[in-house]
Design a protein around this ligand. Structure first.
Ligand code: ZN
Length: 288
């Protein structure tokens, strides 16, 4: 079993403290590969476009052995990261899936916050072209060129004409596929190089054949369940995708936070998918 680096040790300590605070399960330590299997996804928010008490808009953070990748950027990212036990300065990459305000509206305040807490490097922002352009315009409205010492974000969009590699990092391989939403968007397939397991996040989408193919054989599928509306999926449709793709486990996310019968959502998904199914909860953690 290899010795973990100082950085890994620090990250592991933070995860232990987070697990203790949230009552979540402890990160697993496994005598394989580098010795430490530590790929975690934390739900920073789980609500659809209207947030509610206890439910922030949907955004996520993935932590590998050496990389931290935030996916989308809702209202108060620094607060949510800190509540999850993650130092905002540890975020190496921000992935933006599509140009809707509930997914990228927190970007200017994230950039401001990183600057004020002592960011030393530019944040790398990758993802769908329209989302990146909108995020850049939002930030520009606040004239960050007048913030002394501010490191301007680096933006890199990908061509959505076919399945593409978004990030190939030492610990994570993230590929992207086009969703079927109201605007161009990305679903993400995230391979943990430590465990060899795969997690797929649908982002906002209607069910579509290319997404079933994209999610094929994933160990975990995190699928939206906004309801019966154009550009989105119901919980039952999320279950159908999980079955068609043959995934191991399903989490429902991006569901209506207020006045919804959450047990019914789960029942609807379970009527279509026989595997383990859960509602994603704010600050819930998935290991894979
Ligand atoms: Zn959307």
């Amino acid at each position: 079993m290899g010795q973990p680096s100082d950085v890994t040790t620090q990250r592991f300590s933070r995860r232990l403290s987070r697990a203790a605070r949230t009552g979540g399960s402890l990160p697993c330590i496994s005598p394989v590969a580098s010795g430490w299997v530590l790929t975690l996804l934390t739900f920073l928010g789980t609500a659809s476009a209207v947030a509610g008490i206890g439910h922030e808009n949907t955004f996520l953070v993935v932590e590998g052995d050496s990389s931290t990748v935030m996916i989308d950027c809702a209202g108060s990212p620094l607060q949510r990261l800190q509540m999850a036990g993650i130092d905002p300065l540890d975020v190496d990459y921000l992935v933006l899936t599509h140009a809707h305000p509930d997914h990228i509206g927190g970007f200017p305040v994230f950039a401001l916050g990183l600057w004020l807490v002592g960011q030393q490097n530019s944040l790398s922002v990758v993802g769908e072209r329209g989302a990146l352009e909108t995020a850049a315009k939002l930030l520009a409205l606040f004239n960050p060129d007048k913030w002394p010492g501010f490191h301007a974000p680096q933006f890199r969009s990908i061509d959505l004409s076919e399945e593409s590699v978004l990030l190939d990092l030492p610990d994570l391989l993230i590929t992207a596929c086009q969703t079927q939403h109201l605007v161009p968007g990305l679903a993400l397939r995230i391979l943990s190089k430590a465990s060899g397991q795969v997690l797929v996040y649908s982002s906002d989408t209607e069910p579509a054949p290319q997404l079933v193919q994209f999610a094929r054989g994933a160990d975990v599928l995190v699928h939206e369940a906004s309801g019966p509306m154009r550009g989105h999926s119901t919980a039952g449709q999320a279950g159908q995708v999980a079955t068609a793709a043959g995934v191991g486990k399903l989490f429902l996310i991006h569901y209506p936070a207020n006045g919804t019968d959450l047990k019914q959502l789960l029942t609807d998904a379970q009527s279509q998918f026989a595997g383990p199914t859960e509602l994603a909860r704010d600050f819930g953690v998935v290991e894979w």
